[in-house]
Design a protein around this ligand. Structure first.
Ligand code: ASP
Length: 342
């Protein structure tokens, strides 16, 4: 006899949980106690659902590392009570949350599936209903008694993507997320087709949670004409520990003497600089062009094909662990949760 999967749904806020107020027409969060009225088909979904709503519900633009800690603590507390977790989350910062959770949940062996929608559940043409139902189905799916997706992933439109590989790329299409450097974990049509070669392999180690995050990080996005003052203003932020240098193409940057000196001074001061490309696909290859060779020489770390969202989350996690500078730099160039390809 196969037992029904049990899924904990964590509702954080965002568009998905909105309905239109019948009188005013304004969008407002709906009461999850009424979810079965809203989506009656949930009665027939074949797994046991429990709901936890955050209070207050937030637009994900207000997402904060403290909230990630709350999510991780609930998952830790309920880890053995459920087969999988579905997190309903605004799409705006979903890629950041998915990345952060992937680092905070070490040895995760159960599905943590984030989803949301572009149109509220309470609207007739909503994409939320399908996203929600399929996310539950994926979180509940098992093969030989083991969860098929033992990792943090985002389900949106018809694709399941590794959480720490995604970026939001469209503000209005239902197909809102993109993973340029890693194939989908599953594609959904008539069937859910799992790409098992790309799905993380589970292990039998116990879950370890990491709840110390350090947000003394910044992003320095390059553009032609960037001034010394701008570069300086970022690199001289008091207490700064690490900066993502969002470079051009395969990791290229201006070769101006002042620019390299500012970066070098920061590195000498113990600030970690990680080179992440502004491109949505492809990898940083320090030394491929002359314009990146100097970055390597002064000690800028190549971030390979990591996304900016994932690099920010990884830095917060690594800095929060107080590893030595050498170890932090080494781990930045190591794939910890499948976030980069070397
Ligand atoms: N602003 C909303 C949010 O991220 C958009 C959405 O839910 O998709 O919370």
């Amino acid at each position: 006899m196969t037992t029904r999967s049990s899924i904990l749904v964590l509702y954080t806020g965002g568009t998905i949980g909105m309905i239109q107020n019948a009188e005013t027409g304004a969008l407002q969060p709906f009461n999850f106690d009424k979810i079965y009225d809203q989506i009656p088909v949930l009665n027939r979904i074949g797994c046991d659902l429990k709901f936890h709503s955050f209070d207050p519900l937030i637009d994900s633009s207000n997402m904060h590392p403290d909230f990630w800690v709350k999510l991780v603590e609930i998952i830790d507390k309920e880890y053995h009570n459920y087969d999988g977790f579905v997190i309903l989350h605004g799409s705006d910062t979903m890629a950041y949350t998915a990345s952060a959770l992937s680092f905070m949940l070490e040895n995760l062996n159960k599905p943590v599936i984030l989803t949301g929608s572009q149109l509220p559940l309470g609207m007739i043409r909503t994409d939320g209903r399908e996203n929600f139902i399929t996310a539950i189905e994926i979180a509940a799916s098992k093969k030989n008694g083991l969860p098929i997706i033992p990792e943090v992933a985002i389900y949106f439109e018809n694709k399941l993507l590794r959480g720490n590989r995604t970026s939001k790329m469209n503000a209005e299409n239902f197909n809102a997320f993109f993973s340029g450097n890693y194939p989908p974990l599953a594609e959904v049509g008539v069937h859910i087709k799992y790409n098992s070669n790309y799905i993380r392999k589970a292990n039998s180690k116990p879950l370890i949670i990491h709840t110390n995050l350090n947000n003394k990080v910044a992003i320095l996005k390059l553009f032609p004409g960037i001034s010394q003052m701008t570069v300086q203003a970022i690199l001289k932020i008091p207490g700064l520990k690490a900066v993502i240098l969002e470079s051009f193409g395969a990791g290229n940057a201006p070769t101006d003497k002042w620019f390299l000196k500012e970066l070098n001074d920061a590195i000498q001061d113990g600030i970690i600089l990680v080179n992440v490309t502004q491109c949505k696909e492809g990898s940083v290859e320090i030394g491929k062009y002359e314009t990146s060779m100097n970055l390597g020489k002064i000690g800028v770390i190549g971030g390979y094909d990591i996304t900016t969202e994932s690099a920010i989350a990884k830095l917060m996690y690594l800095l929060g662990n107080n590893f030595t500078l050498t170890k932090t730099k080494k781990l930045l160039q190591t794939s910890l949760r499948g976030e980069l390809t070397i």
